[in-house]
Write a protein that binds this ligand. Structure first.
Ligand SMILES: C[S@@+](CC[C@H](N)C(=O)[O-])C[C@H]1O[C@@H](n2cnc3c(N)ncnc32)[C@H](O)[C@@H]1O
Length: 454
């Protein structure tokens, strides 16, 4: 059982079955539209109920394994059965090729991808000598193996908020006795929870805007006005029971997928760290190009000047624009109004709304494809059984240049090559990342479109 239990009782050992640590509150199931493999409710669950406990040490297992030292690590490793069930591939940004990077179309997103790719390369090079010293087998020394391991850490490990200091600390995956480290902790069964964004009230989001624009994306706990901890995640390490505990974030009916909030992420950050995005992400943000004078006229941070997922300009963006549209000699006298979120005058408001609308429109017109074209392309991707059907469906579409580039980039000149099994798998993997890039850019465009409507 490796010390894992979804039982309601407080003990560390599962009560309900000798062969499984699940079945009392949770069960492994498939949810095709949100993460495929995930955890479902094995019974009706109430909000705030503990649903899983993962004890950090299992002395009994260690003692038992040590008594059979002649067995090989693959036979006895407590991790072996777990590791063989790890995802074999990930679609995180660092794994994007040049083609998928360009498919994102937006400079900011391409730049984030480039940075992720370069970071992975340089970290791999830095760790190479150590991996050789550890006598890794050649297949584990490759860049591909490194990126797989890095993606596993990025998307599967649990991060631990450190209550008292209000800052974040992380637990080591290697030993429970040394202080927290930033790799996070692989947590059996707990890492089967798929993600749900924190369901905060819109006003709550605005209150948090300023705080979050100045904090790291992994900050998952913060102090509210009464110095009580407000948690943005549903799982954390509890020292008194030496276990990572997961709590139900909502009321779930038997059979529903039980989701976990890993923190606050924009869609680009979700793709960067986890390789997926949400169709409805209340924390998504779109940054639009602003005149240098907008930044210099306010004290708001650059990161706080964005458009929300629903097309609404952020509190800080509205305030900054209102101030920027005010003659310089009048700015001082309206500062308090601007900071309290008030409109300054009808003229000022009309001016900034027109400016916003014009700017969003210009960004949309400058992108290589439109909302309609991206929608058609995604539909074709969803409705094609294989790549040759996809090429057939898209023959008359305006996206055919992009499709041609995709074929060239992956050295797959003609559709017949897709009959080859290996190429087929390669094409499918590339298609998954391409689809993610198109989904991301479409969401980005829809936010700008909604901003114009707003
Ligand atoms: C901690 S694992 C969750 C379990 C995972 N589904 C599995 O089978 O191993 C995180 C990964 O699950 C997928 N995932 C999680 N939440 C998702 C969601 N809401 N929609 C789509 N994929 C999701 C992503 O691939 C992510 O990297």
């Amino acid at each position: 059982h490796l010390g894992i239990s979804d039982s309601r009782t407080g003990t560390n050992q599962p009560q309900h079955s000798l062969s499984s640590c699940l079945g009392s509150s949770l069960c492994v199931s498939r949810f095709p539209h949100s993460g495929r493999r995930g955890l479902g409710a094995a019974r009706d669950l109430g909000r705030g109920e503990i649903v899983l406990r993962s004890v950090m040490e299992d002395e009994k297992l260690c003692d038992a394994v040590n008594r059979h030292s002649s067995l090989s690590p693959a036979q006895t490793s407590r991790w072996h059965p777990y590791l063989v069930h790890m995802p074999q591939t990930y679609d995180i940004l660092a794994m994007f090729g040049e083609f998928e990077k360009r498919a994102l179309q937006v400079d900011e997103a391409m730049w984030v991808t480039e940075k992720a790719m370069l970071k992975a390369k340089s970290e791999w090079k830095e760790a190479h000598a150590l991996m050789e010293d550890l006598m890794f087998k050649p297949q584990f020394l490759t860049f591909k193996a490194w990126v797989w391991a890095a993606a596993t850490i990025s998307s599967q490990t649990m991060h631990i908020p450190w209550d008292e200091a209000g800052c974040l600390c992380l637990i080591s995956s290697q030993t429970m006795h040394i202080p927290w480290d930033e790799a996070g902790c692989l947590c059996l069964v707990g890492d089967l929870f798929n993600y749900d964004a924190p369901g905060m009230e819109p006003s709550g989001i605005e209150d948090l805007e300023h705080f979050l624009s100045n904090s790291s994306i992994h900050d998952t706990s913060l102090l509210n006005g009464d110095n009580n901890i407000m948690r943005l995640t549903d799982g954390w390490f509890e020292e008194d029971v030496n276990a990572y505990c997961f709590y139900s974030r909502a009321h779930y009916k038997k059979g529903d997928q039980v989701l976990l909030c890993y923190g606050i992420y924009t869609n680009l950050e979700l793709v960067e760290h986890y390789g997926f995005l949400l169709q409805e992400n209340p924390n998504d943000k779109v940054f639009i190009p602003l005149e240098p004078a907008v930044y210099s006229s306010t004290s708001w941070s650059k990161e706080s000047l964005y458009v929300h997922h629903n097309g609404k300009p952020s509190y800080a963006l509205l305030a900054a624009l209102r101030l920027w549209a005010t003659p310089q000699n009048k700015r001082r006298s309206v500062g308090h109004l601007v900071h309290s979120g008030s409109q300054l005058s009808a003229d000022n408001e009309i001016f900034i709304m027109k400016w916003l609308s014009k700017t969003c429109d210009a960004v949309l017109k400058n992108l290589p494809t439109s909302i309609e074209e991206d929608t058609l392309l995604l539909n074709a991707m969803d409705n094609s059984q294989d790549f040759s059907t996809f090429i057939e469906i898209t023959k008359l579409m305006s996206s055919r240049d992009e499709i041609h580039t995709c074929l060239e980039a992956h050295k797959m000149k003609d559709a017949h090559s897709f009959n080859d099994v290996i190429l087929c798998r390669k094409a499918r993997r590339s298609m998954d990342k391409w689809k993610l890039a198109v989904q991301w850019r479409l969401k980005y465009k829809e936010v700008l479109f909604d901003c114009i409507s707003y």
